[in-house]
Design a protein around this ligand. Structure first.
Ligand code: PLP
Length: 490
């Protein structure tokens, strides 16, 4: 951390916090350091080039008895912590869902930490509560969702979906909040329906809510990895004949493996026929709906009960920030609100208190960073960046399609490409593609990840980083081809 001031030594005073003078000096240095980090990030390997345990081996096993100078702590971040980072902000990070923070988002996080508000009640942070309502209504408008959808922020999509399913369960009127589920012969088996391509977070939510894995029904998908709607209808009807209680369908718009989209407009009538809650997991793809020409991906959502989208995935907002839009905030509140005497306030009937809508009491002031991101880039600026990512993904997909060495493994509706090298002998395909992926990742110059589609190991290239340009996409294509040549030569 070259720029951090050397001459003074900033140690903690006997009591109280760091002096304003030291805070200002080191704070300026740290912002300089972050600016340098972003400017030079391409010199670093994308994937941390360390072995398991390497960092731990370099850190003391006992806590410091006396405070240490901040300069020394910061120098250790440079020396020990940064080499142990996988650089998600590197423009050649194409793995999982590529995501990145942005300058206005970092400023938002900085201020959130400074304010340190615990927004459990309106009065413990009116700014957090009201800014969240306004910011999420802006985002709702940008995504083209109807005004009946009310937003609330959680940390992750896993938690947003868990809360949606809990609200759905509250809606079945089986007194589960009061009496629980165990030891109840009067309670039928409650079931949730997802496609086989749904994210594991839904299964985890079902487990957490005590519904058990038996309470989850996985529906097969079609040749484009979308939920088979006929199979869904049949499964629900069969479950009803067995005396089960189907109560929730989770459709995915933008699945994790391929970004496939379940046909929400066709699922809506089924959920309505059986009076089931329809939750849409658009954790990744929801952000794309702010681009006018992609808004259609949320078609049908005017009739769903809830939808999750993650600004921390593709809206340049630092992790973590997930938004649940819900049409039945009353049910969400009924599932979670519990107000002990020490949290009672005179204004509670007039205002929204975050703690009424979830498991946690205190809540971070997350809306601030999203509000700053939205104001700094504007709707057009955010849409332009997402549109460009989709263009880059399509460009990459076109190279795959034109090459006889590679094949596309799934449609490319947005900015994720699923592809693999076609081997001379099919039996070698998985090993070859795995070797290519490890070769690319070990080079430190790019990071890609994988999935398995139709039992074939498939590589994934996700474009979503704010710094990624065509140059980076061309470089990773060259790198993949280099690795393919090496793999074939062996
Ligand atoms: N849903 C989908 C479709 C995802 O792709 C992911 C993560 O990639 C999640 C849910 C879980 O997201 P989170 O890490 O915010 O819980």
């Amino acid at each position: 951390m070259g720029r951090v001031s050397k001459p003074q030594s900033c140690v903690a005073p006997p009591l109280g916090d760091m002096s304003a003078e030291d805070f200002r000096r080191l704070g300026h240095d740290l912002i300089d350091w972050i600016a340098d980090y972003f400017e030079n990030i391409e010199d670093r390997p994308v994937l941390a080039a360390i072995e398991p345990g390497d960092l731990k081996a370099q850190l003391p096993t006992t806590p410091p008895t006396r405070g240490e100078p901040m300069e020394k702590i910061v120098a250790d971040i440079d020396r020990l912590i940064v080499p142990a980072l996988t650089h998600w902000s590197h423009p050649s990070f194409f793995a999982y869902f590529a995501t990145s923070t942005s300058a206005p988002g970092i400023f938002g996080e900085l201020l959130t930490a400074a304010f340190d508000n615990k927004a459990m009640l309106w009065r413990t942070s009116p700014a957090s509560t009201e800014l969240e309502e306004v910011t999420l209504d802006w985002l709702r408008q940008m995504m083209g969702l109807d005004p009946g959808m009310i937003g609330i922020i959680y940390d992750t999509a896993s938690v947003s979906s868990l809360h949606a399913i809990a609200a759905a369960r509250e809606g079945v009127e089986q007194r589960i909040r009061e009496e629980g589920m165990s030891g109840r012969p009067d309670l039928p088996l409650l079931r949730v329906y997802v496609s086989e391509q749904a994210h594991s977070s839904i299964e985890k939510a079902v487990i957490t809510l005590g519904l058990g894995q038996r309470g989850l029904c996985k529906i097969p998908t079609d040749d484009k990895f979308r939920m088979d709607v006929r199979a869904l209808a049949e499964a629900i009807n069969a479950d009803k004949r067995n005396g089960y209680l189907p109560f929730c369908i989770v459709a995915t718009v933008g699945t994790t493996s391929t970004s496939s989209m379940d046909p929400v407009p066709e699922i809506v009538p089924i959920s309505e026929e059986h009076a089931m809650w329809l939750h849409v997991d658009a954790a990744y793809a929801g952000s794309a709906a702010i681009v006018p020409e992609f808004r259609h991906i949320l078609e049908g959502c005017e009739r769903v009960d809830s939808i999750v989208t993650n600004p921390h995935k593709w809206l340049f907002t630092p992790f973590d920030l997930s938004v649940l839009y819900c049409r039945h905030m009353d049910l969400l509140k009924r599932a979670f609100s519990l107000v002990p005497e020490y949290l009672r306030t005179p204004e509670q009937e007039k205002v929204r208190s975050g703690s009424d809508y979830g498991v946690q009491l205190g809540r971070r002031f997350r809306a601030l960073k999203l509000w700053m991101v939205m104001r700094y880039f504007g709707h057009e600026g955010l849409a332009a960046r997402i549109r460009e990512h989709c263009r880059l993904a399509r460009l990459f997909a076109s190279w795959v399609e034109q090459s006889s060495d590679w094949e596309l493994m799934a449609p490319v509706p947005l900015a994720l490409v699923c592809f693999r090298a076609s081997p001379e002998r099919e039996g070698d395909a998985d090993a070859l593609n795995e070797a290519i992926m490890h070769g690319v990742n070990a080079s430190g110059r790019a990071l890609v990840s994988h999935t398995r589609l139709n039992d074939k190991l498939t590589l994934r290239l996700s474009v979503g980083n704010i710094r990624t340009t065509e140059k980076h996409v061309r470089e990773v294509w060259e790198l993949l081809n280099e690795q393919l040549s090496q793999g074939r030569a062996q």
